[in-house]
Design a protein around this ligand. Structure first.
Ligand SMILES: Nc1ncnc2c1ncn2[C@@H]1O[C@H](COP(=O)(O)OP(=O)(O)OP(=O)(O)O)[C@@H](O)[C@H]1O
Ligand SMILES: [Mg+2]
Length: 344
């Protein structure tokens, strides 16, 4: 396996800058997830690493060696594409076996058979091995594409939203399986998704990508609890973090703060009167969540499992001042006020 490092990488398509000045270091045996919205430059980043796109600027190193000038085949990355690109004239078996039959690898057929069956069982497509690749559902094709990557032992796995067209149950199952395989084999994986649940459950570290730029890199907990920007804070967490006007809570906020952001789980509904009296707008009993409103501002809160509220009810909420995150006019995170300073 290998470590990957990207320095100052930029890629433009005409007037569009897909990736801009990207710096990224992925460790050997790390499960690294790139998380970002549609159009953020996730696929372009993977394609640049694989050598399928040429950068306008920047360098890529693998285990400290510059590989920027190498052809894709010489980079030894196994790629699972966002649009599964199977060989339509081949069977599922031959699609999965394909990488092992390349002139560079020349694996004995008995060994190929063993590997293909192993991988197909893992992905629940062993009964489909004789089918033509075109006679499969979207989710099955996606699993064949994953199988074609897993059948090898490359330096790096590059996976572009590999589970996106599977149903929820299978997605969860394969997520657990992928993580298990990665841990067992010590593989280096760079995995692209726009799904925060996938990102936080799979990643050793997450890189948040927005508009071609890396916003923050950290463990899921670091990124969740210490987001560098409001955009990052809003990328992780469901329901999304509450971004309130800085003075809304009535707490003392750092000078220049524009937003006070607080996670739904840090807002409690309390009995009795208090400063933050709100009206219930929406209450989901199943999810123990509700939306309340005060001065025209809506806030998502978690509720205790036994609590029953209805739209129109009046409730009092409490937020812990220490759990508030403050952001300036540019959305950059600000240091909180020291807790011991007397208020004025
Ligand atoms: N071959 C191309 N020609 C022109 N523009 C491109 C090309 N490939 C990507 N782009 C543009 O570059 C930007 C980044 O695209 P990219 O495919 O990397 O995004 P993404 O994060 O993978 O999005 P998604 O989640 O929708 O797959 C987009 O604005 C896209 O339109
Ligand atoms: Mg993409």
């Amino acid at each position: 396996m290998a470590s990957i490092s990207i320095q100052g990488m930029t890629k433009r398509f005409g007037a569009t800058t897909a990736v801009e000045g990207l710096d990224l270091a992925v460790n050997d045996s790390e499960f690294f997830v790139l998380l970002g919205p549609s159009g953020a430059g996730k696929s372009t980043t993977l394609r640049l690493i694989a050598g399928l796109e040429q950068p306008d600027a920047g360098q890529i190193t693998m285990d400290g060696q510059d590989i920027s000038g190498r052809f894709p085949a010489a980079r030894d990355c196994a790629f699972v594409f966002q649009q599964y690109s199977l060989y339509p004239h081949l069977s599922v078996y031959d699609n999965i076996a394909f990488p092992l039959r390349s002139p560079m690898r020349k694996t004995p057929e008995a060994q190929i058979r063993e590997r293909v069956h192993e991988v197909a069982t893992l992905l629940h497509i062993e009964s489909k091995l004789d089918r033509k690749a075109t006679a499969l559902s979207g989710g099955e094709m996606q699993r064949v594409a994953i199988g074609r990557a897993l059948v090898r032992s490359p330096k790096v796995f590059l996976m572009d939203e590999p589970l996106s067209s599977l149903d929820a149950r299978l997605r969860e199952e394969l997520r657990v399986e992928l993580k298990r395989i990665q841990k067992r084999t010590g593989s280096t994986v760079i995995y692209v998704t726009h799904d925060q649940v996938e990102a936080t459950t799979l990643a050793d570290r997450i890189g948040i990508l927005e508009a071609g730029k890396i916003q923050q890199v950290g463990t899921p907990i670091e990124v969740y609890e210490q987001p560098a920007t409001l955009q990052v804070a809003q990328r992780l967490g469901s329901p999304v973090i509450n971004a309130l006007p800085a003075n809304w809570t009535g707490f003392r906020s750092p000078r220049g703060a524009v937003h006070a952001a607080i996670r739904p789980e840090d807002v409690q509904v309390v009995a009795g009167d208090g400063a933050l009296v709100c009206r219930v707008i929406e209450a989901s009993l199943l999810k123990h969540e509700m939306v309340v409103e005060r001065d025209g501002i809506e806030i998502h809160v978690h509720t205790a499992p036994e609590a029953v509220f209805h739209p129109g009810d009046t409730v009092t909420i409490h937020c812990e001042p220490a759990r508030c995150l403050y952001f300036d006019v540019k959305g950059q995170r600000m240091d909180p006020l020291p807790a011991h300073r007397p208020s004025h």
